[in-house]
Design a protein around this ligand. Sequence first.
Ligand SMILES: O=C1O[C@H](COP(=O)(O)O)[C@@H](O)[C@H](O)[C@H]1O
Length: 257
Amino acid sequence: MSVPTVVVHRDADILAKAVAARIITRLVDVQSAKGTASLVLTGGTIGIATLAAIAGTPARDAVDWRRLDIWWGDERFLPDGDPERNETGARRALLDHVDVDPERVHVMLGPDSGLTAEESADAYATELAKAARPEDHGPSPSFDVTLLGMGPDAHVASLFPGMPALYDTRPVVAVHGAPKPPPTRISLTLPALQASREVWVIAAGAEKAGAVRLALSESGPVQVPAAGARGRSRTLFLLDRTAAGKIPPGLGRLASP
Ligand SMILES: O=C1O[C@H](COP(=O)(O)O)[C@@H](O)[C@H](O)[C@H]1O
């Protein structure tokens, strides 16, 4: 697993725009190197703001959206179209504005599908397994880029501190009793997230500063799930100044002063 690199931007707005530019560049690079790319989306405030920033820049046209597989790191177990679903936020912010291939948009199904949360997680695991190649050496693909927002409690995806999902070795699980509503969710697990080539944690706001500090320390991922957010080749912590407020001096690079 890779050691995190920290990049700090002036504020949340600049952070979202900078991460958007970074995503576009990375997807273009990956598509030119191997034809297709895969991107794991996150929900949350800065995650959705980043998707809106991609939609808002003309550079988005440099990406071949039809040659992109889109996955989610987690989903709130709510019906299709519910405004609280991460999918709904992503569609409104970006996916409705670019020419994605609907077959390559891999959503986590909600209760309106007739599935229980466990069955929905199993269905997603099956979809991941279908997409995994022998060179991935595991039950899920080596995603090119996985975006993760982070809560003030250091949760990433729907992996909340101390919860059983953090011990699970399956790629995707149902989560019950999440401390942040809604209580029922579907989440990739740490092994699936850590199979990503690149993991980018995005955080803005002073309320995230303590969690950022812990995520960059030697903390264990059961207490501090974001401490387990690491990619195989690269891990980025992309922060605004307030979220970076408690990291040890010298660790972060101030990119947009
Ligand atoms: O519930 C969730 O929260 C986190 C972070 O959200 P934020 O609003 O504090 O930025 C998000 O990363 C996760 O995907 C989502 O389901």
